[in-house]
Design a protein around this ligand. Structure first.
Ligand SMILES: [Zn+2]
Length: 260
């Protein structure tokens, strides 16, 4: 059968694959509809992908889309970032013309660290287990990093301003919030606006990290508490077994230690 054989079945949905089909692994076909739904692009090595893999990609892509549609922010920073403080999730806008695009919804604990890059140079950093370096005044929305470091050049042109976020995700470990992508004068309104928005994003990201750290600390403390309660109960069990305390006294102590 040649390439333009009229009839071919889509190995993914089982329907007629049509003429705008793509050949996948095992000499099978995927229709253009399934191709789109899978989230594949023209750079995807489609010929190496099996029908099973394509089906999996479609369900992953559709779950991701549903999660994105269900995401309602409690906090939004310009057209850059959205946070839901109740579900403890966040996302950044990755649409080429602004907006969400087909961005990913992350959990608070997915974040590892982040930094503000100006023309490729790290201006400010933060993350789990470390305070923000570079003079960011934590919590002070709009705090200016450069004012504190004194080293940043505030004259001339900025070609690129972005925040790089490292997340705990094997297939997509780096997320960017792109703010300035074309040459922009540093004394312009545009630059200042983006710079302030960047500070807001950094504050929000550090709050997320602090929240994750606080939860780690709480669960570590709870763990330590329950360990020591168990140790105490064993000691009293020894006293009971030796006949030093009564069964009733032991039960009382046990209830007290377990907080019952
Ligand atoms: Zn199909």
């Amino acid at each position: 059968m040649g390439f333009f054989s009229l009839k071919a079945t889509c190995a993914v949905c089982g329907k007629d694959a049509g003429l705008n089909r793509y050949q996948i692994a095992n000499k099978e076909w995927i229709c253009s509809d399934c191709f789109k739904r899978s989230g594949y692009t023209l750079t995807t090595p489609i010929r190496k992908i099996t029908a099973e893999e394509a089906k999996k990609a479609i369900s992953t892509t559709e779950e991701k889309k549903a999660e994105l549609e269900a995401f309602i922010p409690t906090k939004k920073i310009s057209n850059l970032m959205e946070i839901n403080e109740e579900t403890k999730q966040w996302l950044v806008h990755t649409g080429i013309l602004g907006g969400r695009g087909n961005t990913t919804v992350y959990k608070y604990e997915d974040i590892i660290d982040f930094e503000l890059l100006e023309d490729g140079t790290s201006v400010s950093k933060g993350g789990i287990g470390r305070a923000v370096a570079g003079g960011l005044l934590f919590g002070g929305v709009g705090a200016i990093v450069g004012g504190a470091t004194g080293k940043r050049n505030t004259k001339g042109i900025c070609n690129s301003l972005k925040i790089k976020i490292t997340v705990n995700n094997m297939s997509n470990p780096t997320v960017y919030i792109n703010m300035i992508t074309t040459p922009t004068k540093k004394d312009s309104f545009t630059y200042k606006t983006f710079y302030n928005a960047a500070q807001e994003c950094l504050s929000a990201l550090q709050l997320i990290c602090s929240n994750v750290e606080a939860e780690h600390a709480t669960s570590a403390a709870q763990q330590a508490n329950s360990n020591s309660a168990a140790d105490e109960i064993l000691k009293f069990k020894g006293l009971l077994d030796s006949g030093i305390i009564t069964e009733e006294q032991f039960e009382d102590k046990k209830k007290q230690l377990l907080g019952l």
